[in-house]
Design a protein. Structure first.
Length: 316
């Protein structure tokens, strides 16, 4: 019998999906790829294979999980299996450089960015931003890894030469112009089946940790019984519509990405700057409960529809 196979390295980010698959009565199998092997001469089982590998896997001790996943995806694609978010999606997940180049190809504005390897080159790159605020971030990141705000090259020099410097896992650090927004929030647009689902407003007033997953919750910052704030950190933007959504869908289609979250920020002039494509998207349960829109449920439904196609093809 054909199944849905979920490829990942982190159960905590996948349980919400498997709960939905069970709710819909869909057959599935969990493929945990924190380590393992793949026999390239064997034939994969029939089914639908959904890649949920994360760029931040190394922060959970799974340094080479993306490399293993790439081998598995190549094996599946070579054998003509239905893969949701295949190797091209994984390439973009692991490189913000590739993301920005792809976005710009479709006329989507991104913040000015310089990629550098080596501390000396990093400082040289920052010199062209002197006189303006800029941020650093890791090329292969997720969860806001390496994102820090600087007001001068001297401040960056102290960080780079200090004990707190975070070395990127792939060696590539990005220097990026800091986009000033009149309000401290970014917008994350969710897509399922390559189509826009909803947008969520993310409060950034407390920093750059933007992971929407419940596993990344900031609830532990507030004592029991104490109000967090009048405004939740994550809020679905009801009725959100913007011409950039069509361009986002074009980018996803061109790269065979079916499920993703794309983040942007607006400056004081209303100009949109897009800075992240997340192909291992997660959803915030509190925001969804208030809006009545449920991302993982829609993902499960989409996988079920793809499984029907595969099962029909196998039977015919």
């Amino acid at each position: 019998m054909s199944k849905i196979y979920v490829l990942h390295e982190n159960n905590e980010w996948t349980d919400h999906l498997t709960d939905r698959l069970e709710e819909l009565g869909l057959p599935y199998e969990d493929w945990l790829l924190d380590n393992g092997k793949v026999d390239l001469t064997s034939l994969p089982p029939n089914g639908v294979f959904y890649n949920r590998m994360s760029a931040s896997s190394h922060t959970r001790g799974n340094r080479f999980a993306p490399e293993l996943t790439s081998a598995v995806l190549s094996w599946l694609e070579q054998n003509g299996r239905t893969v949701i978010n295949g190797n091209r999606a994984l390439q973009l997940e692991l490189s913000k450089v590739l993301q920005y180049l792809e976005l710009e190809k479709f006329g989507i504005k991104t913040p000015r960015t310089v990629a550098a390897v080596g501390k000396d080159e990093l400082l040289k790159a920052a010199e062209s931003f002197e006189g303006t605020k800029f941020i650093t971030k890791h090329n292969r990141a997720g969860k806001g890894l390496g994102v820090k705000l600087f007001h001068s090259v001297e401040a960056l020099k102290q960080y780079v030469e200090g004990d707190e410097f975070e070395e990127p896992v792939d060696g590539v650090t990005l220097i990026q112009e800091y986009i000033e927004s009149p309000e401290s929030f970014i917008t994350r647009c969710e897509f399922v089946g390559g189509k826009f689902l909803y947008a969520v407003r993310v409060d950034t007033s407390e920093g750059f940790e933007l992971c929407p997953a419940d596993a990344c919750s900031i609830e532990d910052q507030f004592p029991a019984g104490e109000e967090e704030s009048e405004t939740a950190k994550f809020q679905v933007r009801e009725g959100f519509d913007h011409p950039v959504l069509e361009k986002y869908e074009q980018v996803l289609a061109a790269n065979d990405i079916k499920i993703a979250g794309i983040e942007f920020i607006q400056d004081k002039n209303g100009e949109i700057y897009t800075y992240d494509i997340n192909t291992n998207t997660n959803y915030n349960s509190d925001a969804e409960a208030k809006s009545g829109k449920f991302g993982m449920l829609e993902v499960a439904k989409h996988l079920g529809e793809e499984l029907e196609k595969v099962s029909g093809a196998v039977l015919s």
